[in-house]
Design a protein. Structure first.
Length: 382
């Protein structure tokens, strides 16, 4: 059994999948009797969730240049100035483990701490996946350099781990797949689907749902390119985008008949329940929580072949090449036209969520990773 620990989590994202994973971890660790603090930019909904989970919140005003620098995948000297306050905030909590989430905290935290505490870095999707050419090379160089200040890297999939190894990152790795509360996310029955459609005011025709932030990473533009083919096959089909983001206006301009933008919602599970097919057309990603929630909801899923999808979804849905509108359209048409295929895939997806992606198993695996990191920190590093 892992002894009582003091853990400090550091994150720059305060919404989306990274924030949700962190709150789940904090809640589990608080239930274990650990002292848990979360360092992040002030954001009332996130701060409230952290405190409701049983953790304390410590504010971090992220330097603007550092936050902007994440788009380049590698920090510059100017972006790293002003990290003394972050170092003081972390050290003041006297942590046994510092857990850094995503690229900005991965940069800032490792420079601020520089190996003076057991440091776990969780990329939630490598920064170099979002860039190409010289910027990708520079991001990989940074990650290799930062390995000296990293006790352990926690990856959400074997595919993510392999990407790190191929980039030459020399840190020890642990794989801890993402999880969702499969007891809270029920498998949606036909009655659930009908009642959710009534609540949302939706018609009874074929419906594809895409949940996620509206940005290039998530590939909604590729789904819009695929949509005319779907509409030619099913003239009454609808496509609903659930979420908000910087690409909203661009996507609205490109939208064709049957496309609806639902905006940011707190009833995303209802939208998954009403879907005939859930589409996840990402260009890059970690192991999407929307994917896992769609699986737990028993939905038929079409997702792009980004790291983690094959490990999570397996053969319980369709996996298509990234940025292939034709393949995406063909997979959607096949499922919208075959109720039995959708039902079979939905049942298989639910079973995989129950057996592989329960958040309780994920939290236990993370606690074991901390124990391994603490043991590794006591050993000399080459």
């Amino acid at each position: 059994m892992t002894p009582r620990l003091s853990v400090v989590h550091v994150t720059e994202p305060v919404d989306g999948g990274v924030a949700r994973c962190l709150v789940d971890f904090a809640a589990d660790q608080a239930r274990r009797g650990w002292d848990v603090a979360v360092v992040s930019p002030p954001h009332p909904p996130f701060c409230s969730a952290v405190e409701s989970a049983g953790a304390s919140h410590l504010p971090w005003n992220v330097p603007r240049r550092l936050a902007a620098g994440r788009r380049a995948g590698v920090p510059g000297v100017a972006q790293l100035r002003g990290l003394g306050r972050l170092a003081s905030t972390i050290s003041g909590a006297r942590p046994d483990v510092v857990h850094l989430h995503s690229s900005v905290a991965g940069v800032a935290g490792r420079v601020a701490i520089r190996g003076r505490a057991t440091t776990v870095f969780q990329p939630h999707c490598w920064s170099f996946q979002a860039v190409s050419g010289p910027r990708r090379s520079a991001a990989e160089v940074w990650e290799r350099f930062a390995a000296r200040w990293t006790t352990m890297v926690v990856c959400v999939s074997d595919a993510e781990r392999r990407l790190g190894e191929q980039a030459g990152i020399g840190s020890p790795f642990q794989v801890v797949p993402n999880g969702v509360d499969v007891e809270a996310v029920r498998e949606a029955t036909e009655n659930d689907r009908a009642s959710a459609r009534a609540r949302l005011g939706l018609a009874s025709g074929p419906l594809v749902v895409c949940v996620g932030g509206l940005r290039r990473q998530k590939g909604q533009d590729v789904l819009l390119d695929a949509w005319p083919t779907v509409r030619r096959a099913f003239g009454d089909a609808s496509l609903a985008f659930v979420g908000s983001g910087p690409d909203l206006t661009l996507l609205e301009r490109r939208a064709a008949d049957g496309v609806h933008f639902a905006g940011e919602r707190d009833d995303a599970l209802d939208w998954l329940a009403v879907a005939d097919v859930v589409a996840l057309p990402s260009r890059w990603d970690g192991m999407s929580l929307v994917l896992l929630e769609a699986m737990a909801s028993g939905r038929s899923i079409v997702a792009t072949d980004v790291p983690g999808v094959r490990e999570a979804l397996g053969d319980a849905g369709a996996i298509v090449p990234v940025e292939s509108a034709a393949a995406l359209a063909a997979a959607l048409v096949a499922r919208l036209g075959d109720h039995e295929l959708r039902a079979r895939e939905g049942r298989a997806a639910r079973r995989r969520a129950e057996t592989r992606h329960d958040v309780r198993a994920t939290s236990e695996a993370l606690a074991s990773s901390y124990a391994a990191a603490l043991a590794g920190a006591r050993e000399p590093r080459p």
